[in-house]
Design a protein around this ligand. Structure first.
Ligand code: 5RP
Length: 322
């Protein structure tokens, strides 16, 4: 393995403990503005210093990540289908090696869809990408995509991970499952585990712990971090398992402590309510005054009193006070 490739790989999987915490924010490449990732810049900024590497598309890297960041970038280079299209497995390589180098990618990432209609295309693309990336000492991470029609058990994932490794992938990203040790044991390159759909925080920490215990180098987690109500405490707790060897109870305790120490977010409605109250008061008062002022010269005080309940226009401002 060339020095450059080893060096890049060691920035993703830390050599001191052979562990990795990757933050995944590439979901938009087929999902569009994923819930709680609508503004990637805001999401990424507070989390960046807590992950070992960031899995990102070139569009989000350029638009939403500071070029002064020293976090290694794992650049997704595959795409071509969207969640509303016909077949998610119809992916191709969408980023040139030259652009990946311009973006200073520490690794390239692409999905393979083993067992799907387009498995041939995606597996051949992986082989070609590895050949191209190795010329420049850039490692490749293969994502074993899962879908409705694809399995998510140890048998299927072992097959998919092994296929990826045989094509030369330097890291394989896959999903956690029962008997995950079997998946790890039959894959000759490091395995990193995706977080999957949002689950309760303790469960996501349990998944992280289990994945490592089964032999994965770490997690490439997205939704279970930035869809949490407390993304920074969550990533710190996951980090404490991966790099601090905490167990699940300890990590969840840490998560709760960090949550309790976060500056309390004031309920978003209060400031608006105040504003709207403030707005309403001046709106209604001048009107009332105006109508009173108009009446003053016309009527004497006795007439004013008698007009109040009978005049339907005087009742109009009241609903706006609600
Ligand atoms: C999609 C991906 C995502 O990066 C991956 O799913 C990780 O994110 P999450 O933890 O939200 O599952 O590669 O193909």
């Amino acid at each position: 393995m060339d020095w450059g490739l080893k060096n890049r790989l060691s920035s993703i999987i830390k050599p001191q403990n052979n562990r990795a915490l990757m933050l995944a924010v590439d979901h938009g490449y087929f999902l569009g503005p994923t819930e709680k990732l609508e503004d990637p810049k805001k999401v990424i900024a507070p989390l960046l210093k807590h992950c070992d590497s960031l899995m990102v598309t070139r569009g989000v890297q350029r638009a939403s990540v500071s070029a002064t960041a020293d976090t290694p970038m794992v650049l997704r280079v595959s795409g071509g289908s969207s969640i509303i299209g016909e077949d998610l497995s119809q992916e191709d390589i969408t980023v040139s090696i030259e652009d990946a180098i311009r973006l200073n990618a520490s690794a390239l990432a692409m999905s393979i869809f083993v067992g799907s209609k387009y498995e041939y295309q995606t597996i051949v693309n992986l082989g070609k990408l590895v050949s191209e990336a190795e010329k420049y000492g850039i490692p490749v991470l293969a994502v074993t995509a899962v879908g409705k029609e694809l399995g998510k058990d140890a048998r299927y994932l072992s097959l998919a991970c092994r296929v990826a490794a045989e094509q030369g992938a330097h890291i394989v990203k896959t999903y956690y499952c029962d008997n995950f040790e079997k998946v790890v044991q039959s894959c000759p390159v490091p395995i990193i585990v995706a977080g999957g759909k949002k689950i309760p925080e303790r469960d996501a920490l349990q998944l992280t712990y289990n994945a490592i215990k089964a032999g994965a180098v770490g997690v490439d987690m997205g939704r279970n971090i930035w869809q949490s109500e407390h993304p920074v405490p969550m990533i710190k707790a996951a980090r404490a398992i991966i790099h601090g060897n905490l167990n699940v109870d300890q990590a969840f305790k840490l998560y709760k402590k960090l949550v309790s120490e976060e500056p309390k977010k004031k309920p978003q409605n209060n400031p608006n309510q105040k504003k709207s109250n403030n707005k309403k008061k001046p709106q209604n008062n001048p009107n009332q005054k105006k109508s009173n002022n108009k009446k003053k010269p016309q009527n004497n005080p006795n007439q004013k009193k008698s007009n109040k309940p009978n005049n339907p226009n005087q009742n109009k401002p009241n609903p706006t006070k609600k």
